[in-house]
Design a protein around this ligand. Structure first.
Ligand SMILES: C[S@@+](CC[C@H](N)C(=O)[O-])C[C@H]1O[C@@H](n2cnc3c(N)ncnc32)[C@H](O)[C@@H]1O
Length: 268
């Protein structure tokens, strides 16, 4: 097992992903999975099943685009590789185990990109003293016309986490401003997905519940404030962490939904 610091040093990652904490968080996410492998298994299986069901609706199989591919825990990679001419995995960075897995498939491409489009505003604005909150500007890939299937893989609720953490070192935001940042980043991603003329499978957590040792819900967080999602195809609980991982007395569980969206006017 490679220690986390060595992962950080050895992973070929863009400078922005190091400076803004994306690489560290990706490594930490993989380490959390190693600790809670059994707890997470039903969630990861449900995510993979949802992707398989959504991809079966595709009538054309040129390119599958996976946004937030991370350590690929929730991605049925072999099925995607077999079904599509090209599979593009997009994340801030790709760790070595992911790179080695991807090499087993001839048609998998790895792309390192800021999916939210907010990082330039952080590094060129906020870090230099600007108090203007950066606007999310996600960019369509140049070959977007060849994309027949898009997966947004347990990414949506995470989009604003690191940008808010980065901003907290440079500007002071009120709770309402923080909620505004989350809302605008989440909405920008949902609008972005609609720009693809493709079947889209959105998997996201929507609500976090803090549960005591007897299973009683003590408190909850809405992960997507002010956002109304389309109806889901399936939903389940993700047992994220037991008491002691984030909070001494409370465990965390997340409500997760899978939503398949068809391109507007497709009749599918
Ligand atoms: C909760 S993890 C899920 C990872 C993967 N779907 C899995 O379950 O193995 C969220 C992923 O989104 C990526 N991510 C979050 N914000 C991003 C951004 N702005 N640009 C690129 N990747 C981002 C993280 O690096 C991380 O890999």
């Amino acid at each position: 097992m490679i220690p986390e610091a060595l992962h950080w040093a050895l992973t070929p990652a863009p400078g922005w992903a190091r400076r803004t904490g994306y690489l560290s968080e990706l490594i930490a996410f993989r380490a959390r999975h190693r600790r809670w492998r059994q707890r997470w298994a039903p969630h990861l299986q449900a995510s993979q099943d949802a992707i398989r069901i959504a991809m079966a609706r595709c009538t054309s199989h040129r390119q599958a685009l996976v946004l937030g591919s991370g350590p690929l825990l929730d991605i049925p990679l072999a099925d995607l590789s077999a079904a599509f001419e090209t599979v593009t995995l997009v994340d801030a960075a790709h760790l070595w185990p992911t790179r080695l897995t991807a090499r087993r498939f001839p048609n998998i491409r790895l792309v390192e990109r800021d999916i939210s489009g907010v990082v330039p505003g952080l590094l060129e604005g906020v870090a230099h003293g600007s108090d203007i909150l950066p606007r999310p500007r996600p960019k369509l890939p140049e070959d977007h016309a060849t994309v027949d299937f898009v997966v947004s893989a347990n990414l949506l609720s995470q989009l604003a986490v690191l940008p808010l953490q980065f901003m907290s070192h440079h500007v002071s935001l009120t709770p309402a401003e923080q909620t505004g940042v989350i809302h605008s980043m989440v909405q920008a991603h949902l609008d972005y997905l609609k720009q693809f003329d493709a079947i889209c499978c959105l998997i996201t957590d929507t609500r976090h519940e803090f549960v005591d040792r007897d299973g009683a819900v003590e408190n909850f967080d809405n992960c997507l404030p002010g956002i109304i999602l389309p109806p889901d195809d399936s939903s389940w609980w993700w047992d994220v962490a037991p008491p002691g991982e984030y909070l001494p007395e409370f465990g965390v569980r997340a409500r997760v939904v899978a939503i398949t969206q068809r391109p507007a006017g497709s009749g599918l």
